[in-house]
Ligand binder design. Structure first.
Ligand SMILES: Cc1cc2nc3c(=O)[nH]c(=O)nc-3n(C[C@H](O)[C@H](O)[C@H](O)COP(=O)(O)OP(=O)(O)OC[C@H]3O[C@@H](n4cnc5c(N)ncnc54)[C@H](O)[C@@H]3O)c2cc1C
Length: 349
């Protein structure tokens, strides 16, 4: 395939590695390789990178921190990562500020940056792994908040038009763990995200034990204390990818018609369900997986966490294909028992 005579090249603003290992670039810690791995430090170099003959004529995968990806095979093309980072206040707008953040910035570092500057809003999204550039892709959310509430504009290189574009919030197609970017993988390479960050606001504490944790901490409600409460809850509930490979929740909470949810709740009154608008209800995927008997289930080194039924874990040497086979077994088990089809949250490669 070689478009390059050497294994590694340094050009201005980007680095190219041929036949690169992705083992350390995915939180499942499965083995995988890319024919070409390109780290782009300066977004201005993107046009040149995307114009390379090999890149133009082979598949492209944009990768951030690899915390929402399952590699079931080697990638037969270019894996590209935008590493530009840093957060800057661009302008003050009344009680809010417009903040521009490089796509390669670590999400959790940005949350702490925003807290240290007195902004409200991102406290519930603390400790979500990954990069700022990936946050709009599935509209990351946790503990009653979603990132779409704070995104003003997504800046991206559009490979279809061959231009740098700025996509305003209402054109991003944000939904539950969803956006237009998820539907056209590889089209947009996000270079920066601009957030409209309020300096005051209402804190969301009525979700999944946050208020109780605040009481246990014995502190008043501020963005910093809510972040601390959420961080403590997450640390207790979720397996840490630094210790055991995983990608957080493997399945989305399924959305089904209200009527179907009511029928399920008659048969299983303990099944958690929430109204989702438009005649739909959202069910707890974790409950469905656990009630189907999969919590702690293991096939070789591929397993369902004992700590959290929604998290698939790599106990050591599981391959991506083995984890994917387990995911399908869980999905089929839940569909067989409850007639509900679970959809994976991570991108399956
Ligand atoms: C322990 C754990 C807990 C988690 N908890 C949550 C949670 O509470 N809520 C939640 O929403 N998610 C959660 N996740 C999932 C994950 O953290 C998020 O989806 C995160 O946004 C992924 O960021 P990343 O940089 O690792 O993206 P990657 O995994 O590298 O990529 C994810 C997707 O984004 C695309 N992408 C990445 N960067 C760019 C870019 N610059 N331009 C265009 N496309 C890009 C990729 O192509 C891929 O489709 C969790 C994961 C783990 C491991």
């Amino acid at each position: 395939m070689s478009a390059f005579s050497t294994g590694t090249m340094r050009e201005s603003g980007f680095t190219v590695v041929e036949n690169a290992s992705l083992d350390g670039r995915n939180t499942f810690r499965v083995r995988a390789r890319a024919e070409l791995l390109i780290d782009v430090r300066r977004p201005e170099a993107l046009e040149q990178v995307l114009d390379l003959p090999y890149v133009k004529s082979n598949p492209l995968l944009v990768l951030g921190g690899g915390s929402n990806v399952l590699f079931t095979r080697d990638f037969p093309g270019t894996v590209l990562s935008v590493t530009a980072h840093g957060a800057t206040i661009v302008e003050e707008r009344g009680g809010s500020a417009l903040v521009r953040v490089g796509a390669g910035e670590n999400w959790n570092d940005f949350v702490h940056w925003s807290l240290s500057r007195g902004f409200f809003g991102l406290e519930n999204l603390v400790l979500i792994p990954g990069s700022v550039g990936a946050a709009p892709i599935q509209n990351i959310g946790a503990y009653g908040r979603e990132v779409r509430e704070f995104i003003a504009t997504v800046e991206a290189w559009d490979r279809t038009s061959g231009k740098l574009v700025r996509i305003e919030n209402d054109a991003c197609g944000f939904g539950y763990r969803d956006s237009l970017f998820k539907h056209e993988p590889g089209r947009h390479v996000i270079t920066a995200v601009e957030f409209l960050m309020p300096r005051s606001g209402t804190l969301v504490t009525n979700y999944a034990g946050v208020a109780e944790e605040l009481t246990a901490i014995g502190a008043g409600e501020t963005p910093a204390t809510v972040a601390e409460a959420v961080a403590r809850l997450r640390t207790r509930k979720l397996p840490n990818p630094a210790i055991i490979g995983n990608a957080g929740s493997f399945f989305k909470n399924p959305l089904i018609q209200d009527k179907a949810a009511e029928a399920l709740r008659v048969a299983h009154p303990e099944l958690p369900a929430w109204p989702a608008g438009d005649g739909m209800a959202k069910l707890s995927a974790a409950w469905l997986v656990e009630a189907s008997g999969f919590k702690g289930f293991r096939e070789g080194d591929a397993g369902v966490s004992e700590q959290h039924a929604l998290v698939l874990v790599n106990h050591g040497r599981a391959t991506g294909a083995q984890l994917w086979a387990l995911a399908q077994r869980v999905r089929d088990g839940v569909a067989g028992r409850f007639g509900v089809l679970l959809e994976p949250e991570p991108i399956i490669v």
